[in-house]
Write a protein that binds this ligand. Structure first.
Ligand code: BF8
Length: 625
């Protein structure tokens, strides 16, 4: 196979191909090269049957039924797989929810006048407060914000058996009652994560079902807790997304400007970078060094946060982070937490790019560390932008920016969807009942170099919209489809006749970008509202979830709370559970009896679409529509 043919197999994105051939030419190692060096992967790890939870091991189980059948402590394959799965859910929940905690603390500090974070969306402030049962009459915005922040922080610290304030306020009644009857209402977010770490340590919980039930409980603390409160409080601080035009792909970099890429997850920092870059002082400084201005672009979920709120261009998704540096045009890549490859400083060494780490929690050897704190957010953001500007003079001549970028319309918060529908869900419900829209699917999650970059996201999405299924997206999935032009009004032509008619009437694309990965909570809220409007449970709706290219533990937490919320969820990458028949049965069959949702695994996106369409048709039939 020629080098070009090989690159064609790795991605469907033209700019990505272009940058990969430059990487090859220059001998720069990327994630795809490292994947190759890792292959073949350890079979025990892939099946989930290795255990490193104590030093009597590491233990592994023979997947063919031979010896060893048990770990040194006596744990079976079922126990080991369930424990490992639970730990993935705990890690994913921790990541999303720690992010949420940061937002709650920032809201509190802003309201107390200790940090420069004023309330941007007063309407959202009031609606969140009302949902939480907070009296708003006669109170200042700051007083209301403080109470909301305290309710959020209580969800991390409650020691009694009551459940989360946010879950209680947002979950539909039928779901709430079901979770209550199953005993899976989370007590507090941190506690459920700690509970998993405790019960999966040596000699505690051995029962696969019990371990999966705790995984469900913990995932609910993520979806209807940590992630949801991150979304809602970020809307209060930075504005609730409304439809806005943006651009996506590596071509958003601008050769004539100082390019700053903000990469990671937390808008608390990146919002300030955007503000600082727009300031007269920084613009003037950029001109002084010979640049035409400052071009702030996003990457991964920080990119999504800025894209859906302000139309800030997004340079790419997870697998494009290394390639952005290889353009030679990036003065600074500013990173906070999550999904940031440790390889970045190494690649940056070949260029002038400064990797600027900012989080106490995430240090990168080889990066410049400018630690961020909320109190001094404005000054720190300026220092970061200034560092990037000063680096412009060090840019080498060999800059290569692919000239492809795609226009997209993004910013479909639940509020924006409702307003596009004329204020209520009636129009959507009518379209579903009449069959113009057959159902809706949330396609979310990462890239994974084991899957052709963006291919599974794009193919699955195309198949679904062609079959009159509305698609809502978050995370790297949404960036993939933005890059493929599916988040544009032109994409309406790719939809089936019914969906086409609805999208044309509402002037929206057939694929709606809802935000970052914590904004998967917007999908939950939308599902809850749809279910309540129809007087049914979420599990009765003609809907599904999919994570066609997932790789992160966060995606496991999201998949689990989708399932726990009653949603049929199709994974495009096999999770490490095949070493246990029992866990596979719980995840793909028994879960449905328990919570109304279940997992399926299908690596071929066209076949995955077929599975989803069949599921949606069955649900429609059961509803009598
Ligand atoms: O939280 S989709 S690769 S960037 S984990 Fe990461 Fe996956 Fe992208 Fe956002 Ni979500």
């Amino acid at each position: 196979m020629s080098a070009n043919d090989k690159i064609n197999e790795l991605t469907i994105s033209q700019p990505t191909k272009e940058m990969l051939s430059i990487a090859k030419e220059k001998g720069i190692e990327t994630t795809w090269d490292r994947l190759e060096k890792q292959e073949p992967h350890c079979g025990f790890g892939q099946l989930g049957i290795c255990c490193r939870n104590c030093t009597m091991g590491p233990c592994r189980i023979d997947p063919f039924g031979g010896e060893p059948r048990k770990g040194v402590c006596g744990a079976t394959a079922d126990t080991i797989v369930a424990r490992n799965f639970a730990r993935m859910v705990a890690a994913g929940t921790a990541a999303h929810s720690d992010h949420g905690r940061g937002v709650a603390l920032t809201l509190l500090e802003g309201a107390e006048g200790k940090a420069p974070y004023p309330i941007k969306d007063k309407e959202k402030l009031k609606s969140v407060a009302t949902k939480l049962g907070i009296e708003i009459e006669g109170k200042s915005d700051e007083e209301i914000a403080k109470e909301i922040a305290k309710k959020a922080l209580e969800d991390f610290s409650r020691q009694n058996e009551d459940t989360l304030n946010f879950l209680k306020a947002y979950a539909p009644k039928k779901r709430f009652e079901l979770w209550k009857s199953l005993g899976v209402l989370p007590r507090n977010i941190d506690r459920e994560v700690v509970d998993i770490m405790h019960r999966t340590s040596i000699g505690v919980d051995n029962d696969p079902l019990s371990l999966i039930v705790q995984s469900i409980k913990t995932s609910l603390a993520d979806g209807w807790g940590g992630s949801l409160l991150a979304t809602e409080l970020q809307d209060i601080l930075f504005g609730t997304p409304q439809p806005v035009k943006g651009f996506a792909d590596l071509g958003v970099l601008d050769e004539k400007k100082v390019n700053i890429i903000v990469h990671g997850h937390e808008p608390i920092l990146s919002e300030k970078i955007v503000e600082a870059a727009e300031s007269e002082e920084m613009q003037k400084l950029a001109k002084e060094v010979g640049a035409e201005g400052i071009n702030v672009c996003g990457m991964c979920c920080t990119g999504n946060e800025l894209l859906v709120r302000h139309g800030v261009p997004v340079a790419g998704n997870f697998l494009q982070q290394e390639l952005a540096i290889i353009t030679g045009a990036v003065e600074a890549m500013v990173v906070d937490v999550q999904c940031i490859m440790p390889s970045l400083p190494d690649i940056a060494k070949c260029y002038h790019t400064k990797i600027i780490s900012t989080s106490k929690q995430a240090k990168f050897p080889g990066a410049v560390h400018i630690e961020f704190n909320e109190e001094n957010a404005d000054e720190i953001a300026k220092e970061i932008v200034k560092t990037a500007i000063e680096n412009f003079k060090n840019r080498k001549k060999s800059v290569h920016i692919p000239n492809e970028k795609k226009e997209c319309i993004v910013g479909f918060s639940v509020e924006a969807i409702l307003s596009a529908l004329g204020g209520s869900l009636d129009a959507l419900i009518d379209a579903i009942k009449s069959g113009k829209i057959k159902g809706a699917v949330g396609i979310v999650g990462c890239n994974n170099p084991k899957v052709k970059h963006n291919y599974a996201h794009v193919e699955l999405t195309k198949e679904l919209i062609k079959n009159d299924i509305l698609v809502v997206q978050t995370g790297c999935a949404a960036i993939a489809c933005a890059e493929a032009g599916l988040l544009s009004l032109d994409a309406i032509e790719l939809a089936g006749d019914g969906l086409k008619e609805v999208c044309k009437a509402l002037n929206v694309p057939p694929v709606l970008h809802l935000g970052s990965c914590v904004d998967c909570s917007r999908i939950l809220v939308l599902l809850g509202a749809l279910a309540e409007a129809l007087g049914v449970d979420i599990s009765d709706l003609p809907v599904a979830g999919a994570a066609p290219e997932w790789m992160s533990e966060k995606a496991v937490a999201i998949g689990t709370y989708f399932v726990a919320s009653g949603v049929f969820t199709v994974l495009g990458v096999v999770p490490p559970i095949l070493g246990s028949k029992e866990v596979v049965k719980i995840a793909t069959q028994d879960a449905e009896k328990l919570v109304g949702g279940k997992f399926a695994v299908e690596t071929d996106p066209v076949k995955a679409a077929k599975l989803i369409i069949k599921h949606i048709e069955e649900k429609r039939e059961k509803l009598g529509i």
